[in-house]
Design a protein around this ligand. Structure first.
Ligand SMILES: Nc1ncnc2c1ncn2[C@@H]1O[C@H](COP(=O)(O)OP(=O)(O)O)[C@@H](O)[C@H]1O
Ligand SMILES: [Mg+2]
Length: 303
């Protein structure tokens, strides 16, 4: 696959405070990566480095194999971004603002603007003056502006901040459309995992400037599922697992969970039945990302 954005051992300190500590990330073309972490974790700082807003840092950032330090043009064509509250010309309408940005980014086909406006669902207010916009309206106009020239990389810092929850699904759909149809590589941050979980291919957890875990959301860990077995004969089931050398954990007096390859499940259930161990229920225990996140953060704090 085509690596579009590469972050190599990026560190940043303010005075004595290390804000980013050897961050490594790699994003492929059309991939959506969520950067999730509590306030102060370093998300905005990392995004500012990638977009060239912060120039003093250790390590390297490559966009399409080019080190951004060597790119004098500041990768304006390579990156679209919304970091913090986007600024607009207050006396112009949203549409006029977009036209202006289209002009300076060299966009020839103005019909693209209409398409983006429609896909983002901002038609209802795009002809009002920007000074009248709420935070959520500005955020979405900011996203429209960021994608105008279809940059290969899109960086969005907490874009769902201030968004009406009813709008979030359409926003998610738009980001997925950009990634799938326009092959845009997207880096998106949030301190609320559930908000971006649904639109990302991967989630990187960041805490105190360190990436502590990267979770792949698309590829389920197929060869390793946690299966719960409910039975009135748990003692028998335990010895069965012992004999088969299957690792298990007792959840309840009649509930045992084991980690195994789901492809082996059918045969396993048959063998359990042959041993005359009745099963009331067999199901996969799915850990939500929220639980994983809390566990990861907890482990880190206890370390
Ligand atoms: N310009 C700055 N000067 C000093 N400290 C800063 C500056 N910008 C950010 N920080 C500190 O860096 C840390 C990370 O901030 P930030 O990247 O904004 O986190 P996040 O976006 O994850 O909430 C925080 O402790 C913050 O106070
Ligand atoms: Mg931030």
């Amino acid at each position: 696959m085509n690596e579009v954005l590469k972050i190599n051992d990026v560190s940043k300190a303010y005075g004595k405070q290390t804000v980013l500590d050897k961050v490594n990330l790699s994003l492929e073309q059309g991939e959506i990566l969520g950067l999730v972490g509590p306030n102060g974790a370093g998300k905005t700082t990392l995004m500012k480095i990638i977009t060239g807003l912060i120039k003093k840092y250790d390590g390297d950032v490559f966009i399409e194999d080019e080190n951004i330090r060597d790119n004098k043009k500041h990768n304006t064509k390579q990156i679209g971004c919304v970091i913090e509250t986007p600024g607009f010309y207050p006396e112009l309408t949203g549409y006029e603002n977009l036209l202006f940005f289209a002009e300076i980014s060299g966009l020839k086909d103005k019909s693209e603007i209409d398409e983006i406006v429609k896909k983002l669902g901002i038609e209802s207010y795009v002809n009002k003056k920007a000074k009248k916009y709420s935070l959520g309206m500005k955020q979405r106009l900011g996203v429209a502006q960021a994608v105008l020239s279809y940059p290969p990389v899109l960086v969005l810092d907490e874009p769902t901040n201030g968004l009406d929850p009813a709008i979030v699904p359409q926003f998610r759909k738009f980001i997925k459309y950009m990634a799938e149809e326009k092959h845009t590589t997207v880096l998106i941050s949030s301190h609320i995992l559930s908000e971006i979980e649904l639109m990302c291919d991967k989630v990187a957890f960041i805490q105190e400037g360190k990436i502590i875990k990267i979770e792949n959301l698309n590829k389920s860990e197929k060869d390793n599922a946690v299966i719960a077995f409910v039975t009135s004969k748990s003692e028998e089931l335990k010895s069965f697992f012992n004999n088969k050398k299957i690792n298990y954990k007792i959840l309840d007096k009649d509930k045992i969970q084991a980690q195994l390859n789901p492809e082996e499940l059918e045969n396993l259930v048959l063998s359990i039945a042959k041993e005359n161990i009745p099963l009331k229920s067999v199901y996969e225990v799915k850990e939500s990302l929220e639980q994983k996140y809390l566990k990861t953060m907890g482990d880190e704090q206890n370390a």
